[in-house]
Design a protein around this ligand. Structure first.
Ligand code: ADP
Length: 426
């Protein structure tokens, strides 16, 4: 085709120039005839080019030319048509993709570089209260929640974030951000209001039952204690002692259940108050030193303050130290609080039997115990570490457990530098 176009072009020039030469020849001016032929060929080419120029600006029909220009124009028209078809297909695909995102029950927000919103679907606008004109705004200007701002800015999106928002209606949301491309993010917003409601119902039920059990248990335990102190026949004495022990276990179980449900239903949006962690450490150690037979060595050389909830932190330290006393053998228990560049590290180490590796990740589950038979004699409710986990979550930290069989265990956590400050140096 391309070759034919070249041939036609040459043939046309040849015919025009030939006619010119023939005309010149017949009148005895062959040279003038040649010049006339060349000029005519040039004019024809010029006209085709002018028509091409007009067409390129969409000011006229495509040039009608049988030579190279006509061939090129045909090619361009075909290419434009293909391109239009492809664009139309892509537009359909984009529309389908948008319809798919739009129909999702979960909210989707596409966030571009630097955190500015590029696009979002209807569910996102329903759940987050976004309006069409919010496109182009910074996400943290629209979701005004300190925990979300911290989650977004920290850039560690391995885990999701849960928080409550209220606009028109109160929603409990779960947010998960995934990064893609060049600093682009897609944020999935899940409505977990119903799940939270059922969870709250379950927590309230446990809390109510535990509260109801507390009074009869106090009465039963009171009488059992009284009976235990009395002179009784040996067979009865054994039964009463056992009942007394089990009664006390039940009391501690009920107390732990109440504490856990309080922690679970606490408002996690608040950061709490500043309190002296060093003093709290000393007071917890004082309370437990007799029970531990003076095995606890406490090291904290600086007056450290943290922002949080002192009663929850007291429960964390008490539970970890009590466990070290119960399961940590006869050796010393090392309890230390020290500040480092990433915050304040609290660590409790014992030299007991240690914990087999396969149990470590499950220790903070409710009622989880490593060895039920052994621990029914020394252990508590199995809720201690679940309480610790929840209380630490309120301080934006997690419990780290390291243990070596036969050597002992270390339970530690770090309170971030935003939530901690050293009041005096050594
Ligand atoms: P419990 O009330 O039974 O002590 P916890 O939740 O406090 O329950 O602890 C869960 C389990 O973790 C314990 O039953 C015990 O098996 C194990 N555990 C906790 N602390 C230690 C420790 N310092 N050394 C060895 N095992 C431990």
């Amino acid at each position: 085709m391309q070759q034919v176009a070249w041939q036609r072009e040459f043939f046309r020039i040849l015919v025009v120039v030939g006619l010119g030469v023939a005309l010149g020849w017949s009148s005895g001016h062959a040279i003038w005839g040649l010049i006339l032929g060349l000029l005519t060929a040039q004019v024809m080419a010029f006209r085709a080019m002018a028509s091409l120029y007009r067409w390129s600006y969409r000011q006229g029909p495509p040039p009608q030319d049988s030579g190279l220009i006509g061939y090129s124009v045909d090619k361009l028209i075909r290419r434009e048509k293909n391109l239009k078809n492809k664009l139309a297909q892509q537009a359909i695909q984009l529309q389908r993709y948008n319809q798919g995102i739009e129909s999702l029950h979960d909210g989707v927000v596409i966030i571009g570089q630097e955190g500015y919103i590029t696009n979002f679907n209807g569910s996102a606008s329903r759940l987050l209260g976004l309006r069409r004109e919010d496109s182009g705004q910074h996400i943290t200007n629209l979701i005004r929640n300190p925990r979300f701002t911290r989650y977004f800015n920290e850039g560690d999106y391995n885990s999701s974030l849960q928080f409550d928002v209220s606009h028109r209606k109160q929603f409990s949301l779960q947010i998960q951000i995934t990064q893609f491309g060049l600093d682009q993010k897609v944020m999935l917003v899940k409505d977990i209001t119903e799940r939270k409601r059922v969870e709250t119902m379950r927590q309230n039920f446990i809390a109510d039952v535990s509260h109801e059990l507390r009074t009869p248990l106090t009465v039963i335990n009171g009488y059992l204690e009284m009976l235990d102190d009395m002179e009784l026949p040996p067979s009865l004495q054994k039964a009463i002692t056992q009942m007394n022990g089990q009664g006390l276990r039940m009391k501690s179980l009920v107390n732990d259940l109440i504490e856990l449900s309080k922690l679970e239903s606490a408002n996690t949006e608040q950061l709490g108050d500043w309190f002296n962690l060093q003093q709290l450490g000393y007071s917890v150690v004082d309370q437990l030193q007799a029970y531990s037979a003076n095995r606890i060595t406490f090291k904290c050389t600086q007056a450290i303050e943290i922002q949080g909830f002192s009663d929850e932190m007291s429960s964390v330290l008490t539970n970890l130290l009590t466990n070290a006393i119960k399961y940590g053998g006869e050796d010393k228990i090392e309890f230390s609080i020290r500040s480092g560049f990433d915050g304040v590290k609290v660590s409790i180490s014992d030299h007991g039997a240690g914990i087999p590796a396969q149990h470590i990740s499950r220790l903070t589950e409710r009622f989880y115990r490593v060895d039920d038979s052994r621990e029914s004699t020394v252990g508590g409710s199995g809720l201690g570490l679940a309480i610790v986990k929840h209380a630490l979550e309120h301080h934006d930290t997690v419990l780290d457990i390291e243990s070596t069989l036969g050597k002992g265990s270390t339970f530690s956590f770090i309170i971030s530098s935003e939530r901690s400050r050293v009041m005096e140096k050594d």
